[in-house]
Ligand binder design. Sequence first.
Ligand code: HEC
Length: 129
Amino acid sequence: MTFRSSLLAVSLILFATDAMAQDVAAGEKSFNKCRACHQVGETAKNTVGPILNGLFGRKSGTVAGYNYSEANKSSGLTWDDAVFTDYIKDPKGKMPGTKMSFAGIKNEQEIKDLTAFLKQFGADGKKGG
Ligand code: HEC
């Protein structure tokens, strides 16, 4: 690698890291739309909706102690980026019969930011876990 191209590589990495941090901050703001019903973090509890720790990779309807609707429990969905994006755009469209009363988020960038924010929380509610 020439000096010039390694400099370019370094600045691309820095740029990507910075962009990610911005996503998380914007996503935290967007999560305010969910806080009335959902908690994340180490002290999170099920409230109106289930805890959203460790969401990505888990099967829908599987948080212990939360009383899901039949629709959520038996949806057969596994939360990944694509499924979550479709769902959060139109929860009742993606999961007919869900008891989540939320109109949805249409803005793709906001969904990406929200995804980056939520992905920080491992199943134990710790960041990066
Ligand atoms: C008015 C309350 C309310 C708001 C606001 C809300 N939710 Fe929900 N959410 C629920 C309820 C209730 C359920 C359980 C649905 C069921 O059992 O049918 C749920 C379920 C979910 C699930 C499925 C979880 C699982 O374990 O399968 C996800 C993902 C989710 N919500 C994400 C969000 C996000 C992200 C936001 C904010 C953008 C949000 N919700 C806003 C009430 C809400």
